[in-house]
Design a protein around this ligand. Structure first.
Ligand SMILES: [Fe+2]
Length: 345
């Protein structure tokens, strides 16, 4: 895949010093009130707590959520206290670690609440609601957010899953080598009608990435085992799926350059897949991430990727927080343990 990166467009809001302090004071205060990111009292209160975020940010994200703007946007200039958050961890599987970055986890939940309802996967990172994205030595060459030396190819987040997120939020706690998130958005109406027809049909295979496999999670109890049996059954029943859905002029996109493919015998679908991939490739945009950047991606309009980078494993590695957001938590009720549960699986 060739890479032609376009300059960033007008999708950025930079906090003023006063706004940054306002956000920081709010999240520090909330981190004293609530014990963890999955504290049920916090999740219940989230929409009310967003009232204390700067009005300019709330207005900016509201416009983004209405699909009227680009498929991604960035809010820069958040304060990150490098000393307080401590070194980048070696693995997310450390139950004894005190999350001194709880204020930053609460921030992505507050932002998520402005766009919809934050949720997580029971089958990913042991069911943490706010996920960590940093290089882990054992996954160095894997196509995972916690990999590093293998580039992540363009993908819709959790493209295989019918309840995948409507939005993905990534927040950078540190990024010393300025490794960006690359996003791609495309105008599919530019494709020939017959190619577009194929992309709207159930003509493509899709499989999950390895983050949802039991070997990359902790499976201790029968209940844990049941969760992975459920997702295995869902994956077995996926069949062929479309790449595009919704309106012909502004379709919704579900794409994964690695985990999605056309059956080799379906030459029309093979050609349509290649045309879509080429179109997305021509629309690549680098989204720089500095410490204090929050990136918001519409998971139906943009796909994203990450180039390979050299991990450090010395506590100073690139460290992002990630949360999934849905417009409609109700639709996944059959795969959640209770009405209020935020984990699907
Ligand atoms: Fe991703």
């Amino acid at each position: 895949m060739t890479t032609s990166i376009r300059p960033r467009t007008g999708t950025e809001l930079r906090l003023t010093g006063a706004e940054a302090r306002q956000v920081s004071e709010l999240t520090l205060r909330l981190a004293e009130r609530y014990r963890a990111a999955d504290d049920e009292r916090l999740l219940q209160e989230l929409p009310l707590l967003t009232d204390e975020l700067p009005l300019r940010v709330r207005r900016f994200l509201r416009a983004f959520s209405l699909d009227q703007a680009h498929g991604f946007c960035v809010v820069n200039g958040h304060l990150v206290d490098d000393e307080r958050i401590g070194p980048t961890p070696a693995h997310w599987k450390d139950e004894t670690r005190i999350h001194r970055e709880l204020p930053e986890e609460i921030l992505v939940l507050l932002y998520g609440s402005l766009l919809g309802e934050p949720f997580g996967w029971a089958t990913q990172q042991d069911g943490h609601l706010v996920n960590d994205v940093f290089p882990i030595r054992q996954y160095e060459r894997e196509l995972l957010g916690t990999g590093s030396k293998t580039p992540l190819t363009l993908h819709t987040e959790d493209a295989f899953h019918p309840y995948r997120a409507d939005y993905i939020i990534l927040s950078a706690l540190r990024n010393p080598d300025s490794v960006p998130v690359t996003v791609a958005e495309a105008d599919f109406s530019r494709l020939p009608q017959d190619v577009l027809d194929v992309l709207f049909q159930n003509r493509f295979h899709i499989v999950p990435d390895k983050s949802h496999l039991p070997e990359n999670n902790t499976v201790r109890t029968d209940e844990d085992r049941l969760v992975f049996e459920n997702i295995a059954r869902l994956i077995d029943g996926l069949g062929l799926v479309p790449m595009l859905t919704g309106s012909r002029s502004h379709p919704l996109l579900c794409f994964d350059a690695t985990h999605m493919s056309a059956p080799p015998e379906d030459t029309e679908a093979v050609r349509a897949f290649a045309a879509a991939a080429e179109l997305l490739d021509a629309g690549l945009t680098d989204c720089p991430l500095e410490a204090g950047s929050c990136v918001f991606m519409n998971n139906h309009r943009v796909v994203h990727s990450r180039s390979a980078f050299q991990p450090r494993y010395d506590g100073t590695d690139r460290w992002l927080k990630r949360v999934n957001v849905t417009h409609d938590l109700r639709k996944s009720r059959g795969m959640r343990r209770s009405v209020g549960a935020r984990l699907i699986g």
